[in-house]
Write a protein that binds this ligand. Structure first.
Ligand SMILES: Nc1ncnc2c1ncn2[C@@H]1O[C@H](COP(=O)(O)OP(=O)(O)O)[C@@H](O)[C@H]1O
Ligand SMILES: CC(=O)N[C@@H](CCC(=O)OP(=O)(O)O)C(=O)O
Length: 263
C-alpha cells in the first residue's frame, strides 16, 4: 500500500496573521503522515512593495512582476516568510526544510509568454518539471519540505509562481508514489454557498458541478482559479482536494474538513 502524503497550501490571510499562523503551524506539526507545506504571502509582498514605493498590480489574481517586484517577492516569499514558517515548524518539533523551486531543482517553470498582458517574471510550471525523486528523497530522509511561491527557469532566472498552482503541481507529481491529498487552507470554512455565511460550506463538489457554480456566481474571485487548480489536480490523478479553514486542519483526520472535491 502507498503511504499517505498531504500537500497543504496555506493562504495569504493566514500567513499575514501571526496568531492564526502560529495555531496553524502547531496543528500542521501534529498531523500524521508525510507532509509538504506550500505558502505564498501575497499580502505581505504588496505591503513591503508599497513601503519601497513600488505599486502592486494584479490581473485575474496574478501579480504583474517586473524586476523590482521580483526582488520584493523573492525576499518576502523565499526569504522572510519561508524562514519564519520553517522556524515556526521547528519550534513545534517538525523538521521542516525551506525550498524554492530552484533549490534542488525541484520545480522548473517558464516565463509566461507575453500575450495581451505582459505578466513579467511570472512562471508557468511545465508538465513533468517537478522533481518527484528529489522531493521524495527529502521526505524519505524525514524532512518536511516547505515550498515558497518562487520557481526558476534553469537558466538563472527566478520566477514568481502562484502558490495554489505550485501545490497542485506538487500533488500531481507525487500522486504516483503516495496516496496524495491536496489541501487548501484559508480563512473561510470551505467553498461557501453564501460567501458571507460561514455555516454554508458545500460538503462535496464533483468536477461536473464546477461550471454551474461559476455561472451562478456562487464561486467568484480568488475561488475560481483555486477550484480550477484543484480540479486540474484531480483530473491528473490526485485522489481528493479539500478546501477549508486553517483552524480546522485536524478535522481532516475525521473527514469533517470544509469542502471535498472529487472526480
Ligand atoms: N463560494 C466561495 N466560498 C469561499 N470563498 C469564496 C467564494 N467565492 C469567492 N471567494 C473568495 O475567494 C477567496 C479565496 O481566494 P484567495 O484569496 O485567492 O485564496 P488564498 O487566501 O488561499 O490566497 C476568499 O477570501 C473569498 O473572498
Ligand atoms: C504570479 C502570482 O500571482 N504569484 C503570487 C504568489 C504568491 C501567492 O500565491 O500568495 P497567496 O497564496 O497568498 O495568494 C503573488 O505574487 O501574489
Amino acid at each position: 500500500m502507498m503511504s499517505k502524503l498531504w500537500v497543504i497550501k496555506i493562504g495569504g490571510n493566514i500567513i499575514d496573521h501571526p496568531e492564526a499562523l502560529g495555531r496553524f503551524l502547531a496543528h500542521f506539526a501534529v498531523l500524521r503522515g508525510n507532509k509538504i507545506l506550500v505558502h505564498g504571502g501575497g499580502k505581505i509582498a504588496t505591503r513591503m512593495a508599497s513601503d519601497l514605493g513600488i505599486t502592486a498590480t494584479m490581473v485575474e489574481g496574478r501579480r504583474i512582476t517586473d524586476e523590482a517586484m521580483l526582488r520584493v517577492v523573492t525576499m518576502v516569499y523565499a526569504g522572510l516568510t519561508n524562514k519564519q514558517v520553517v522556524a515556526g515548524l521547528q519550534a513545534n518539533g517538525c523538521n521542516a526544510i525551506g525550498l524554492s523551486g530552484a533549490d534542488g531543482n525541484t520545480i522548473k517553470a517558464i516565463k509566461r509568454p507575453v500575450a495581451a498582458i505582459d505578466y513579467g517574471y511570472v512562471g508557468d510550471i511545465l508538465p513533468n518539471s517537478v522533481d518527484a525523486d528529489a522531493i521524495g528523497a527529502l521526505i524519505g530522509a524525514g524532512f518536511t519540505p516547505v515550498f515558497s511561491a518562487i520557481t526558476h527557469d534553469g537558466n538563472g532566472q527566478l520566477l514568481n509562481t502562484n502558490a495554489d498552482t505550485i501545490a497542485s503541481a506538487l500533488a500531481v507529481a507525487l500522486a504516483s508514489r503516495y496516496q496524495t491529498s491536496l489541501v487548501y487552507c484559508f480563512e473561510k470554512r470551505g467553498v461557501l454557498r453564501d460567501v458571507n455565511d460561514e455555516t454554508s460550506a458545500i460538503p462535496e463538489i464533483r468536477t461536473a458541478e464546477f461550471e454551474a457554480l461559476k455561472t451562478s456566481g456562487i464561486v467568484a474571485d480568488g475561488m475560481i482559479p483555486k477550484l480550477h487548480n484543484a480540479f486540474e489536480a484531480i483530473a491528473k490523478g490526485v485522489d481528493e482536494v479539500c478546501i477549508g479553514h486553517a483552524d480546522d486542519l485536524l478535522l481532516l483526520r475525521e473527514q469533517r474538513f470544509g469542502t471535498r472535491l472529487i472526480k
